[in-house]
Design a protein around this ligand. Structure first.
Ligand code: TYD
Length: 206
């Protein structure tokens, strides 16, 4: 095992179906003998989970939203992610900074220059080693989400919002293609899982 753990993130629009595959990847890596931290954003520490509740349910403008997701990220990175990686633990995170560029930058239309500045301050050069981007059209994701019980501030957005989010992910992937594995999320779960497993193996993280 390498001295430094691998940092793997999962991304995609709401309804892309990443949740079951995240759990399956954590289970698979653990069965193969890896120590795994499975975590999420916004969230992952008591402070960041408190911020998550606010971001998902309280009205706020796009700058406030951006500051809050990056504040949550700072706490999560400093207190959970970085210490785990330093111990050689594989960290799997459900969403990370690409989601800020996709949702705040793409969906909300917020200034990407400000997001880039926040990213630099908060991450100090650290990036995920591998990002699995579950890509599918917004209309298909909306069909899969169906009637979510009580949609949060993002889930309640219209299809045009999610197409902008998708375009935001595409721009991030195009800017750093080596970090990304693009997962075609339109197929059946087994076909999607095969792509996830192949990408992680190819990256040498299995
Ligand atoms: P999500 O991860 O989809 O969790 P759940 O499956 O419980 O709904 O929800 C998190 C939401 O937060 C999602 O709609 C995207 C949004 N988000 C941002 O807008 N910016 C960010 O930086 C992050 C990490 C998430």
């Amino acid at each position: 095992m390498s001295a430094h753990g691998r940092f793997i993130t999962f991304e995609g629009i709401d309804g892309a179906g990443k949740t079951t595959h995240i759990q399956a990847l954590a289970d698979g890596l653990r069965a193969a003998g890896h120590e795994v931290l499975l975590t999420r954003e916004p969230g992952g520490t008591p402070l960041a989970e408190t911020l998550r509740e606010l971001v998902l349910h309280q009205p706020m403008d796009a700058l406030t939203e951006s500051l809050m997701v990056f504040a949550a990220r700072r706490d999560h990175l400093a207190h959970r992610i970085a210490p785990a990686l330093a111990q050689g633990i594989t960290v799997i995170c459900d969403r990370f900074t690409d989601a800020s560029f996709a949702y705040q930058g793409g969906g909300r239309g917020f200034d990407r220059g400000v997001l880039t500045q926040l990213e630099a301050w908060v991450q100090e050069g650290r990036q995920p080693d591998l990002t699995l981007w579950f890509d599918l059209p917004a209309a298909e994701a909306a069909r899969r989400r169906g009637a979510v019980r009580a949609p949060d501030r993002f889930e309640s957005q219209d299809e045009a919002f999610f197409e902008r989010v998708r375009a935001g992910y595409l721009a991030r992937q195009a800017a750093d293609p080596r970090r990304f594995a693009v997962i075609d999320a339109t197929g059946a779960p087994a076909a999607v899982w095969a792509q996830v497993e192949a990408a992680v193996r190819e990256h040498g993280a299995w």
